[in-house]
Design a binder for this molecule. Structure first.
Ligand code: FEO
Ligand code: CA
Ligand code: CA
Ligand code: CA
Length: 667
């Protein structure tokens, strides 16, 4: 039985423990001596932004929809400051929010999504029920106002990823994987992955899920048929016994962060797909390709019952995961599509912005130690007047990977077949090969290995792009470089990228370190914060981020297990100033219950509602916290958040946050 330790409560933790060597063989130090982070230097965005191409579209309904967060604003637009009273670091069984705010559960694992969903019964789960219910481990959240194009902040669709499953708190002891319980448990897990689309409304000052909505969708790893498009579609390496065309795959897995496009589609980013495959491909032509991604990691035993997840039985199936999936939330009858032009890696996020020339620019990190930052620039321009015109926009364009130089410059290196060694002599016979083996192609180009790149998001008001780098305990001090300045980086850091004249398609950007996370009172941490940061204003392990309608940055953390004891606080959401004298100052807004991670911060267009995803409550690091000190089980979890019902296990849930006086979140 090749399944590895089933007790991993979190993908990040599994990475840390199972992988003593970096998968990236090119992670040697290349950038010379460590230089000081240029905290005080500002590469301020100056010059004309060339917004005229968008100006003509500004009056269209689609532009109205997109205007809150996807279309670049004008240069020098004021970014607001925060004005709330922060909460303290700490950990307990419940969530906590800043005074004057209300944080209420909107939807929980097992709640109804599709009509006919049975009531959640944790001791009588079935795959059939789960396919109609809200999945596990909510991650990315995207909001699409209804009617489409209205900019409405009281009614819309919420698109939510379900990243992975935590069996130890989902199933009673008798049903744990090591007891050899079987197919039904595996299929519940498969049904729990994917995404949910729900219709929500704000009425009488309360948000609720609209029951029986015609928009409701469940996308899963078990039964959702997904098309494959773009340059790798139909390639021999994408064909399987079940799909001789190489253009059709069942399911999506480990959908982590994501994005909403300006035309209102929902992008799901497949992250740690390696964990779902069993087997051993010694001597097979795909062996080197798979090794670069850690396939097969065998974290789940799906391959026992669904042979396509056993690489010995189906050597090509793993080439069909690790992509970005585009879903139309406005048309539940449409088929989702894996867009191969965006590359294959452990995608963390798919946030986009319409460039001044009208093309779409999409940023995506590859979340593993020593992996890279990617950017996709569409060939065609976005049509903000006709949704359908953008249907295949993500199939054509240029994917690039970032090299960050010691002088503060960044070069985007195009991953294009036939250029810069991406050619037959290096094992690439086509653009399909380049995309299927995106990581190896990026290695050849000399991309900069980063400290677990997570969310990357452009601020539409300033044009600057924020990069969350969670941590990298495997970076040795001699491997430190200006963009990843600490060896043994347990705490993570945030970079700010600046494009010339606001041109997100430019070949050269500049960058600087915004903060180096971790406890600033411990000299050994070498943290970098604005000295005005309060005792609870610093955080560790930045993971997801969001920019609110005022252009302010919010950062969600994922400390995993080992880091929590060092920070003394649960994960949460911090407001982080990026402008003026308070640049680099944090403020704690929301805290998750013990063992959880915070994902998916998402604002309505008016900034008066904030949705957050509380992921894997009761799992990560619970044994390190005073008062908990044990690994959770279904029978004895560290918290039964959010129900606190002795009959209910902990349940990952979406929480909706509003201000008591109805004002903007964050003041
Ligand atoms: Fe799914 Fe990289 O967090
Ligand atoms: Ca995460
Ligand atoms: Ca993470
Ligand atoms: Ca984000």
């Amino acid at each position: 039985m090749p399944v590895t330790d089933r007790r991993f409560s979190c993908r990040a933790e599994a990475d840390e423990a199972a992988d003593d060597r970096p998968l990236n063989p090119s992670a040697a130090p290349t950038l010379g001596d460590l230089i000081n982070a240029r905290f005080s230097r500002r590469e301020v965005l100056r010059g004309a932004l060339g917004v005229s191409a968008l100006g003509a579209l500004a009056a269209s309904p689609l532009a109205l929809f997109a205007g809150a967060h996807e279309v670049m604003g004008t240069e020098g637009e004021a970014v607001g400051a925060f004005g709330f009273t922060e909460i303290a670091h700490g950990v307990d069984a419940n969530h906590q929010v800043a005074p004057g705010y209300r944080a209420e559960v909107l939807i929980r694992w097992g709640d109804a999504v599709l009509p006919g969903a049975p009531a959640f019964d944790p001791r009588g789960q079935s795959a059939a029920a789960q396919l109609r219910q809200f999945g596990y481990n909510n991650d990315y959240i995207g909001f699409v106002p209804l009617p489409f194009g209205s900019g409405n902040s009281d009614h819309g669709l919420l698109c939510i990823n379900h990243e992975y499953t935590n069996e130890e708190v989902m199933f009673p002891q008798a049903e744990q994987p090591e007891t050899d319980t079987a197919r039904e448990r595996v299929e519940i897990e498969m049904a729990c992955n994917g995404g949910s689309i729900i219709e929500i409304k704000r009425e009488d000052d309360r948000w609720r899920v609209v029951a029986g909505s015609p928009y409701a969708q469940r996308i899963s790893a078990l039964d959702t048929e997904i098309a494959i498009s773009g340059p790798a579609a139909g390639h021999a390496r994408m064909k399987t016994w079940a799909d001789a065309s190489g253009t059709r795959v069942i399911g999506t897995v480990n959908d982590c962060a994501g994005g909403i496009t300006p035309w209102g589609t929902y992008l799901m980013a497949e992250e740690n797909f390696d964990g779902y495959f069993l087997g051993d491909l010694q001597g097979h032509p795909e062996q080197g390709n798979y090794a670069r991604y850690g396939v097969p990691a065998g974290r789940y035993d799906w391959g026992r019952f669904h042979r396509r997840f056993d690489v010995n039985a189906e050597p090509n199936e793993a080439n069909r995961f690790g992509w970005i999936v585009e879903v139309d939330p406005l048309d539940p009858s449409s088929r989702p599509v894996k867009r191969t032009a965006l590359g294959r890696f452990k995608h963390e996020g798919a946030e986009s912005i319409v460039n001044a020339d009208g093309r779409l620019v999409l940023y995506s990190g590859d979340d593993q130690r020593f992996e890279y930052l990617y950017r996709f620039v569409s060939e065609d321009t976005v049509d903000l007047t006709d949704r359908a015109a953008n249907r295949d926009l993500l199939d054509r364009g240029t994917l690039s990977v970032a090299r960050l130089d010691a002088d503060g410059g960044l070069t985007w290196l195009p991953l294009v077949f036939g250029q810069n060694g991406l050619a037959p002599e290096n094992g690439f016979a086509s653009q399909a090969d380049v995309l299927i083996e995106t990581r190896r192609a990026a290695d050849l180009l000399g991309a900069t290995p980063m400290d677990r790149p997570e969310d990357m998001e452009a601020n539409p008001k300033t044009g600057r792009v924020y990069v969350m780098l969670t941590n990298n305990d495997k970076r040795r001090p001699e491997q430190a470089d200006p963009a990843n300045p600490r060896g043994g980086n347990l705490w993570g850091h945030i970079l700010e990228l600046v494009s010339p004249n606001g041109d997100h398609a430019a070949e050269r950007f500049t960058w600087e370190v915004l903060i180096k996370a971790g406890d600033p009172s411990r000299p050994a941490v070498a943290a970098l914060w604005n000295p005005a940061t309060s005792a609870s204003g610093w955080f560790a392990c930045p993971d997801n981020c969001a920019v609110d309608p005022q252009g302010r940055l919010w950062v969600a953390t994922d400390q995993g297990t080992a880091w929590k004891a060092a920070s003394g606080t649960a994960d949460g959401l911090w407001a982080l100033e990026t402008e003026g004298e308070r640049r680099g100052t944090g403020r704690m807004f929301f805290r998750v219950p013990v063992g959880a991670e915070l994902c998916g911060p998402c604002f309505t267009p008016d900034g008066r509602t904030l949705f957050v995803a509380v992921q894997h409550p009761a799992t990560d690091g619970t044994k390190d916290y005073p008062g908990f000190e044990r690994a959770s089980t279904f029978e004895d979890p560290a918290t039964r958040w959010p129900d606190f019902d002795p009959q209910m296990p902990p349940r990952p849930s979406v929480v909706v946050i509003t201000k008591d006086d109805g004002g903007p979140i964050g003041g």
